[in-house]
Ligand binder design. Structure first.
Ligand SMILES: *[C@@H]1O[C@H](CO)[C@@H](O)[C@H](O)[C@H]1NC(C)=O
Ligand SMILES: *[C@@H]1O[C@H](CO)[C@@H](O)[C@H](O)[C@H]1NC(C)=O
Ligand SMILES: *[C@@H]1O[C@H](CO)[C@@H](O)[C@H](O)[C@H]1NC(C)=O
Ligand SMILES: *[C@@H]1O[C@H](CO)[C@@H](O)[C@H](O)[C@H]1NC(C)=O
Length: 223
């Protein structure tokens, strides 16, 4: 029937369309990443590494990368001519230093923010634009928290929970240990008593038995 044939061809072309889209996505995907975690905690006055890498399948040329603070404030702007060269600085915040490298295996475009202050806390976005990929753009974001001491206020609650839970577990373990020790002692004492009872009753039995049998053996002739 023509209806069924039409259905099949429509499905086939849909399938091919999906496959082509998928291949295009793989070939042209510019990926920017800040790593496994998207939060960094830094001490007041310390230097902090803000990590970022990018990957591209077809390579890059005159690639532009930019770091933004809280989405709007440009803190680092660099250009990379090609894979065989290191980035060239365009503009930067004086407290920001480029620490990456783009000639190695990873295209590392990490920066270090020096002498952090509480006002530096916020959102850091690493943005990449690749003209070789029809100006494909991608970005990744990392959040910076600045603390006075490495024990956060959040941690006090965690610490309390951990120590309470730990204490309870500790008490349970202690209780179980005491129970085991007590049971062990009781068993030992009972075993000791049993041994004594067995040996003494055994001796008694043999003596009694012997005596008894003797008595019994002696008894019949008398009777
Ligand atoms: C943060 O560092 C500055 C500079 O040393 C210092 O003046 C300030 O007291 C520090 N702030 C806190 C809350 O420790
Ligand atoms: C990028 O380079 C910095 C500085 O050498 C290094 O600390 C960091 O681990 C690198 N990151 C990755 C993902 O390779
Ligand atoms: C940056 O953003 C954070 C929230 O993401 C905010 O708390 C902070 O005040 C902002 N800092 C500046 C300087 O705008
Ligand atoms: C980052 O990418 C998202 C889309 O993925 C976009 O909405 C946002 O504007 C970009 N941010 C910057 C700072 O370019």
């Amino acid at each position: 029937p023509p209806g069924a044939g039409g259905g099949i061809s429509a499905e086939m072309s849909w399938g091919w369309g999906q496959a082509r889209l998928h291949i295009l996505a793989i070939v042209f995907a510019l990926e920017v990443s800040v790593g496994k975690t998207n939060t960094v905690v830094a001490l007041n006055n310390s230097d902090v590494l803000l990590p970022c890498t990018f990957a591209t399948c077809i390579g890059f040329q005159d690639l532009v990368f930019t770091w933004y603070f809280n989405s709007t404030e440009l803190i680092y702007h660099g250009k990379i001519k090609s894979k065989s060269s290191e980035p060239v600085l365009v503009v930067r915040n004086p407290r920001v230093e480029f620490v990456g490298s783009t000639t190695g295996k990873d295209n590392n475009i990490s920066i270090v923010l020096k002498n952090v202050d509480f006002s530096d806390a916020g959102k850091y976005t690493c943005h990449v634009k690749n003209p070789k990929e029809k100006n494909a753009q991608h970005n990744a974001t990392i959040f910076l928290t600045v603390v006075q001491k490495m024990v956060e206020t959040d941690n006090t609650l965690t610490l309390i929970i951990v120590s309470v839970v730990g204490g309870v577990i500790g008490l349970l373990v202690l209780f179980m240990l005491i129970k085991r020790v007590v049971l062990f002692i009781i068993k030992k004492v009972q075993d000791g008593k049993k041994e004594c009872l067995v040996s003494s009753s055994g001796n008694d039995n043999t003596e009694n038995g012997l005596a008894g049998s003797k008595a019994e053996q002696k008894a019949p002739p008398k009777a």
